[in-house]
Structures are given as C-alpha cells and as structure tokens.
Design a protein around this ligand. Structure first.
Ligand code: SAH
Length: 309
C-alpha cells in the first residue's frame, strides 16, 4: 500500500534562519525526509521532526557534485516511500536553483509537488547594504546572472543592464570575476561601483567595496573559501563601506534540554547575531542522520557556551 506523496521544493533563504518563510518552516516540520543543499543553514534543518531523515545532496568543498540525475532519482525513490519529501535549496529555488529539472522529473513520474519561494541572495545582499536592487532615478532594472558556466564554455555574460541604468547581480561568479570585470571594462567606459557580499545575512557576513577597476585587487587579498559571495554592479553599490572582519570558525552556543525551549532560545540568539544549535548528539529519539550531522558540526565549531534547560 502506498500513500500519495508530495514533494516540496523549498527555498531556505540566504542562510540566516530568521529569513525563512513560514511556509518553508511548515514544510520542514512536516517532512519525513529532507534532501538539502550545501548552502542550507543547519539550524534550519533542526526545525524538522526528530524522526526525519536528512540527506545531503550538495556540493562540498573538495568533493565532486552529486549529479543532478542522482538527485532526481533520489527524489523519486523517497517519494515512493514517504508522504512528505522536502527538497531544500539555498535562496529561492527558481533562481539558479535547477528547480525545473526536478519539477520535470516529478511530473514525469506523476508525483505531486509544490515550489515554495525563498529570499534570494541578491535581495539579502542589498538589504544589508541599506540599498535597493532597483531605486527610483538610480537603477530602473535588474539582471540576475551567473559567472558559472558549463565546463569549457567561455561565455560572456549579459551586461546590457548596465548600459540602461540597471543593476547587475552576479551569482556564483567569484572565480570568474576578473574575466567579467574585463568584459565590462572593454564594453562600457564607466567605472561602475562594485560590491561583493559574502555570507549575506549570516553571522560571518562581510563586504568588499570597490569599482570595476579596483575590486579584483581587493578580493585577491582575501583568504580562499570564505563562503558564498554575490557581486552587485551598478549605481546602487555606490558609497558602500568595506566591512571585512572575518570570523573564521563560528562561535557556537549549544542548547540542551526540552526541544521547544531550545528552539525559542535559539531564535533569540540568532536575533543577536549568534549561531546556535540544538545538541542532541546522544539522543536516540533523533534520526541517525540528524545525530551524525550535528556531531560533525560541533567538531568543526568553537563552542562559546552551553545552555542547559
Ligand atoms: N538559489 C540561490 C542561488 C544558488 S546559486 C538564491 O536564490 O540565492 C549559489 C550562489 O548564490 C552562490 O555562489 C552565491 O553567489 C549566491 N549566494 C547564496 N547565498 C548567499 C549568501 N548568503 N551570501 C552571498 N551570496 C550567496
């Protein structure tokens, strides 16, 4: 006997757990299994039922991608075994989130699905700058683009928005930024303001500000692998100050005790700009995958405090 499954393709926002929609939170709470990407904040996973299975399907530094086909197959497999499957993606699933590949697979198998939008990185980034993606008399249009192309493709990106008083938001473009900045220099004479925001909205956010001519030099002084970064080019990026105090290893508060109390305390801590996790490493009520993930996380963190309720 099988129950009719539903797959939710959910946007988890830019990382800060407070930037999760209510709908996303409800999906996560109801999930039997969650397939999540690398950029999803682990505390967001902790909102799930203790019995839910967590499966990491993202790319981690030093390892290869799980192929999209493999993720599609896993979605179908899990939907045949469970009632509620959540596919959790960073930001908004409809922006460089490959959501349509997954939707096509689900449709082909007659599996019910729903897309739940999330706050995309560009929106999170400009909110931190106190600017708009569009601004009256400053920027009247916006292009979301990416610096990441399939192997061996040396495509130019579409920068026409900059010729029309627009804003360019470049996802996944940090590595290729020198090429992109050269492209802009070659085609447009104006030295536009550029801001790169890493880890936007998260405790370890930092901002590098410059222009098309200077930004690469500034970026070259940063350590490698500092988290996801988005580049904003255009007049909305003018007069922004760099802010690059880098907390390398997160200072974490561990919460132990009754779940409801721990969750509400965690939200308070996130409001204060801290990082908190529920510590249930030794609690057998939690699914093995949840205990393993939290054990691994704690090993990678510096523990600032333990609060027991
Ligand atoms: N669907 C996601 C984007 C996925 S592509 C969204 O809507 O945001 C991954 C890229 O998004 C990263 O390489 C980076 O450019 C950007 N990104 C995601 N989260 C970010 C964050 N918190 N801060 C800065 N950039 C982020």
């Amino acid at each position: 006997m099988s129950v009719k499954a539903k797959v939710y393709l959910v946007g988890a926002g830019p990382g800060n757990p407070l930037y999760l929609t209510r709908k996303a939170e409800r999906c996560i709470q109801q999930a039997d299994v969650i397939l999540y990407d690398q950029l999803v904040h682990p505390f967001i996973l902790q909102l799930s039922d203790p019995k839910a299975e967590w499966i990491h399907v993202g790319k981690t530094p030093y390892t290869k991608y799980i192929k999209q086909d493999r993720i599609n197959a896993l979605l179908v497999e899990k939907a045949s075994q469970h009632q509620t499957v959540v596919r959790l993606k960073g930001g908004d699933p409809a922006i460089f989130g490959r959501v349509v590949e997954e939707v096509e697979t689900l449709k082909a198998h007659g599996i019910d699905f729903e897309i739940v939008p999330g706050i995309t990185a560009a929106s999170a980034a400009v909110s931190q700058l106190g600017r708009g993606l569009t601004e009256r008399n400053v920027s009247t249009n916006i292009t979301f683009t990416t610096g990441h192309f399939k192997e061996n493709e040396e495509n130019d990106i579409d920068i026409t928005t900059l010729e029309h008083n627009g804003t360019l938001a470049i996802y996944m473009g940090i590595k290729r930024l020198p090429i992109i900045m050269n492209q802009i220099k070659t085609h447009i004479q104006k030295d536009f303001p550029v801001v790169v925001i890493f880890n936007a909205s998260r405790h370890d956010q930092f901002i590098i500000s410059g222009t098309v001519h200077t930004i690469i030099d500034q970026l070259s002084q940063l350590p490698e692998r500092i988290g996801p970064g988005i580049t904003i080019v255009g007049d909305v990026a003018r007069d922004i100050r760099s802010d690059a105090s880098l907390p390398l290893v997160p200072n974490v508060v561990l919460l132990k005790g009754p779940r409801a109390q721990c969750l509400s305390r965690a939200y308070e801590l996130y409001e204060e700009g801290k990082v908190a996790y529920l510590d249930y490493r030794d609690d057998e009520h939690y699914h093995r995958t949840q205990r393993e993930k939290i054990t691994e996380l704690i090993h990678q963190s510096t523990i600032q405090a333990i609060e027991q309720f």
